[in-house]
Design a protein around this ligand. Structure first.
Ligand code: DC
Length: 690
């Protein structure tokens, strides 16, 4: 997962390949609750693992539900039946509406029946999301509920600790035009107390009906068949009882699929590929957002559906403008708003008032961010109109994501703009709500001209702290890391292990140099995070010794060895970007890098740092010897004829003699922030000693 402050997505050109979707959020959280309320044990397969399901699982555990995780990735839940095994708990439900609403209803009813008292709270945004209409319905049933903050919103306290009488004879009335989750919550909870036929009447036009279909479908899987009269009256038959279906499989998330459907509709297929294949979801899905397929087809996408798979290719281009009532696909419709930027006319999405009470005010959010890109947008209380953005008018933007996973995922699609501008997604980790690995999945399906993939080079002399700086910067940007020194160290080590001399005099022999280069070209190396294996043996520590460093310095002076390692280094330039550290990253290997840093410190400072490092590893060393070695390596690295160590002309020099690592990292990130998105503009700092 990208836990970075921002994620820069460079301009992209093609897409192709296959993606396995995470489980549906709506199904996952309903299934978890139903399994917990059932009699018997339920095995849940392909459950979504995300923030929203984690808060639900945590709440169920607090309520005394036993949950096991066998090694096959499934989950085994021991149902509580319609009982309370814990009578008092404080539940924190993050920003998960699919946990807050049904748990409120279920615990309110069970507390009234059996005597219990629970508080339910969430993040600040959750305390701004309405729940009053559900609470009103529960109050008329006789459930004691108290608002602990603002009336109409969480946090709430349900139950008094003592049983109270429920009045279930009159129909329960609930509003359907704010959130369909209120009705879902009642449908999920009322079978717990259905001594008699219980009737729910919906007041106002019911929105997001497909979500009610999911609820009814899953109730049936758990043994409760609700009678439905149109969309306004639902009857839960007397004697209903939840019974575990034994094993239940969670479909891939149809809302999450929308980003990949859009990707297939927007991006030309990668060479050798025929579009995007989505695994884990078919056209017969029970999720309402599967109907996004119709909207995407209307805009021009070609979509083929199989049992548990969808295949998408780009059809009409530019996309066709639409004017659509999106009430049935409220979440996936956000993706249409971004597709609209690529359409042949303005697109209007209607009947989406619920956007205003979701993770954020989504109408405002989408309008603001599309405008940032340069688009013209109009909106009203329940609609939005987005005008397409023609070539020449796209602007590089910093996209705010408002702690809303869908905003982040939607705007990744803008990287296919015809102007070749990149997009910066702020706080990308908000996708954790429903799709923690979204960006990894996205990058696995997209490609671009290698020249567009940003590279940040950090070159400098030995012990300047490049390695630590580069690794930290790579982590903060979510980029790949190339420690090119490790490659030279590996060649030196492999040579010595093979019993070959790495003395300078021997390396002058062309046959010996060639032998070394051949080996470098086929190095039997394997990288696994920070650990490195050579020929099946871990060499992570052996590589860091002074001896390996000296050998590396000698073999790296051989031009054919440098040439042999070139391909390996260039191959590391992968999406979303690369931080490369070494001696010639900016001068030879990546001359077109977006930012080049030349990191240096006085020889004395560097020797002191190396001494500390060795002592911390329990290796004894002497400062004078270290200083002499370091100067010898500096001399060899700078004086060799092949790619000598020197600052690239356009490098920014950073002398970190008096800077700690955090300060150095911040300085480099600051330069990067200013340089990364603008297609060619250099950072605003002078290209001299800083
Ligand atoms: O960065 P380091 O100490 O791990 O590098 C070990 C040696 O490898 C260094 O003395 C010079 C050489 N090297 C090089 O010539 N070019 C690079 N890009 C990286 C390292």
């Amino acid at each position: 997962m990208f836990k970075t402050e921002f994620l820069d997505i460079p301009a992209l050109s093609h897409a192709g390949g296959s993606i396995r979707l995470p489980g549906s959020k709506s199904i996952s959280n309903r299934v978890l609750l139903l399994a917990a309320l059932s009699e018997g044990q339920t095995q849940v397969v392909d459950l979504l693992d995300s923030e929203d399901t984690q808060v639900m699982l945590q709440a169920l555990r607090q309520l005394g539900c036993a949950i096991d995780m066998p090694t096959d990735g499934s989950l085994i839940i021991q149902g509580l039946g319609a009982q309370l095994s814990v009578r008092q708990a404080n539940l924190f439900l993050g920003n998960a509406g699919t946990a807050m609403r049904p748990l409120t209803a279920a615990l309110a009813l069970l507390s009234a029946e059996l005597g219990g008292q629970f508080t339910l709270s969430g993040v600040p945004r959750m305390h701004e999301r309405p729940i009053g209409d559900l609470v009103d319905g529960l109050l008329t049933l006789g459930c004691p509920i108290r608002y602990l903050g603002q009336t109409g919103f969480p946090p709430l306290q349900v139950g008094t600790g003592e049983p109270t009488r429920l009045q279930l004879d009159a129909p329960i009335r609930v509003r359907g035009d704010v959130s369909s989750q209120f009705l879902t919550a009642l449908l999920l909870a009322l079978p717990l107390v259905s001594r008699r036929d219980t009737v729910i009447e919906v007041v106002g036009e019911l929105i997001s009906k497909p979500y009610i279909d999911i609820t009814l479908n899953l109730l049936e899987r758990f043994g409760v068949v609700v009678k439905r009269d149109g969309w306004s009256r639902f009857t839960i038959p007397a004697g209903s009882r939840y019974r575990s279906p034994g094993r239940i499989h969670v479909e891939g998330d149809a809302s999450s699929a929308s980003y990949f459907i859009a990707l297939g509709a927007i991006a030309p297929p990668s060479p050798g590929q025929s579009g995007i294949t989505i695994e884990g979801l078919g056209l017969a899905s029970i999720q309402g957002d599967i109907r996004f397929v119709e909207a995407a087809r209307q805009m021009g996408a070609q979509i083929r559906g199989e049992d548990n798979r969808l295949h998408i290719t780009r059809g009409q281009w530019p996309l066709k403008a639409i004017d659509l009532d999106c009430n049935h696909i409220p979440d996936a419709a956000m993706t249409l708003a971004v597709m609209a930027l690529y359409a042949d006319g303005p697109c209007t999405l209607r009947n989406i008032a619920s956007w205003r009470v979701k993770e954020t005010d989504r109408i405002e959010a989408m309008a603001h961010e599309c405008r940032q890109l340069g688009a013209q947008v109009e909106s009203g209380p329940d609609w939005i109109r987005i005008h397409p953005l023609p070539m020449g008018q796209w602007r590089a933007a910093h996209i705010h994501t408002y702690d809303d996973h869908r905003v982040a995922m939607c705007f990744s699609l803008t990287a296919f703009n015809p102007d070749g501008v990149g997009v910066r997604i702020l706080d990308p980790q908000c996708v954790a709500k429903t799709f923690p690995d979204y960006f990894e999945a996205f990058f696995a399906c997209v490609s671009t001209d290698v020249a567009h993939i940003p590279v940040l080079c950090i070159d400098g002399p030995t012990a300047s702290g490049k390695g630590t700086l580069a690794s930290e910067v790579a982590q903060r940007l979510g980029y790949h890391l190339l420690d090119s020194g490790a490659l030279y160290r590996l060649v030196g080590l492999a040579a010595e292990r093979a019993g070959w001399s790495t003395e300078e005099s021997d390396l002058r022999d062309p046959a010996q140099a060639q032998r070394l280069a051949d080996m470098a070209q086929h190095l039997p190396v394997r990288f696994d995070g920070e650990r490195i294996w050579l020929d099946g043996q871990e060499v992570s520590d052996a590589l860091r010794t002074e001896n390996a460093g000296m050998a590396a310095s000698r073999v790296s002076a051989v031009p054919s060895v440098r040439q042999a390692l070139m391909r390996l280094q260039l191959d590391m330039r992968r999406l979303p970007g690369l931080v490369a550290d070494g001696r010639d990253m900016g001068t030879v290997v990546f001359p077109d890098a977006k930012l080049k840093v030349f990191l240096t410190a006085s020889a004395e400072q560097r020797a002191q740092r190396r001494l500390k490092q060795l002592i911390s590893k329990g290796i004894s060393a002497n400062i004078d010897d270290l200083l002499a070695d370091l100067r010898a390596r500096d001399a060899r690295d700078t004086q060799r004829s092949a790619a000598p160590l020197k600052a690239a002309e356009d490098a920014l020099t950073l002398d970190n003699s008096n800077l700690n690592i955090e300060a150095s990292v911040n300085r480099v990130l600051d330069w990067w922030r200013r340089s990364a998105l603008a297609p060619k503009a250099p950072p605003n700092a002078s290209r001299s000693q800083v």
